[in-house]
Write a protein that binds this ligand. Structure first.
Ligand code: TYD
Length: 207
C-alpha cells in the first residue's frame, strides 16, 4: 500500500498580520483542488486550549483576580500543543490529510519569550513535531497596530505598537532558533495577493 502521509502547514504572524484570514483562504483553495483538509488552530479547541483562551481573556485568573503567571500560561500553551498533536494533527496526517493550523510552536517561541526565558520556552516546546511548512506572514508592527485599531480591538495604539514590536523581535529570534521549514510572505500586499503567494508555496511542496 502507498505510504500516505499528509502535510502539516502552519500560518504564523503578529496579531493583525492576517493569519486567520489567510489560513481559511488556504483551506478553501486546497479543498477546491480536491484535497482532504483539516483546518485547525492554536490555542486549540481541546481542553487545554480552552484554558489558554480563558487565561488570555481573563476568565482564568489568580485568586485575587490578577492574570495568571506567565510561566503557567506558557505551560498551558505547550500542553495544548502536545494534546493538539496527539488528538488531532497526527491522526489527520496519518489519514493523509493536509492539516492547516492557524498558529503553532513559533507563536509560543515569540509571544511567551517576551515574558519568560526564551531557552525555557524552547525547551518546553522541544517535543512538538516540526511542521512541513510554516508560512510567516510579515507585516510591520505599526501596520498590525493600525489594523487592530481599525477593527476596534485595542484602545492604546502606542501600547499596541510597543507590544507588537517586542513580539516581532521575538519572532525573528524564534525563526533563527527553529528555522524548520519557515517561509516568509509579504503580508502588506492585498489579501488576495498574499493568498496567492501562500498558495504557490504550498503547491510547490504538495506537487
Ligand atoms: P488568535 O489566533 O489571534 O485568536 P483570536 O483570533 O481568537 O483572537 O490568537 C490568540 C492569541 O494567543 C494571540 O494573541 C497569540 C497568542 N498565542 C500565544 O501567546 N502563544 C501561543 O502559543 C499561541 C498558539 C497563541
Amino acid at each position: 500500500m502507498r505510504n500516505v502521509r499528509g502535510m502539516f502547514i502552519v500560518i504564523e504572524g503578529l496579531d493583525g498580520a492576517g493569519t486567520t484570514t489567510q489560513a481559511s483562504k488556504l483551506v478553501r483553495t486546497l479543498e477546491a483542488n480536491g484535497r482532504t483538509v483539516v483546518a485547525t488552530r492554536e490555542p486549540s479547541t481541546g481542553p487545554f486550549g480552552v484554558m489558554a483562551r480563558q487565561a488570555l481573556g481573563r476568565r482564568l485568573v489568580m485568586p485575587g483576580g490578577d492574570r495568571i503567571d506567565p510561566a503557567v500560561l506558557a505551560l498551558l500553551f505547550a500542553a495544548d500543543r502536545m494534546d493538539h498533536l496527539a488528538a488531532l494533527v497526527r491522526p489527520a496526517l496519518a489519514r493523509g490529510a493536509v492539516v492547516v493550523s492557524d498558529r503553532y510552536v513559533h507563536s509560543s517561541l515569540a509571544y511567551q519569550s517576551t515574558e519568560n526565558d526564551a531557552e525555557w520556552i524552547a525547551e518546553i516546546n522541544s517535543r512538538a513535531d516540526v511542521a512541513d511548512l510554516t508560512i510567516f506572514i510579515e507585516v510591520p508592527a505599526e501596520e498590525c497596530a493600525r489594523r487592530i485599531m481599525a477593527r476596534g480591538d485595542a484602545t492604546e495604539i502606542f501600547e499596541a505598537v510597543e507590544t507588537l514590536q517586542r513580539v516581532g523581535e521575538a519572532y525573528e529570534a524564534a525563526i533563527a532558533k527553529r528555522p524548520d521549514n519557515v517561509v516568509r510572505v509579504d503580508g502588506t500586499l492585498s489579501i488576495d495577493a498574499v493568498a496567492a503567494l501562500i498558495a504557490t508555496e504550498v503547491a510547490q511542496r504538495l506537487g
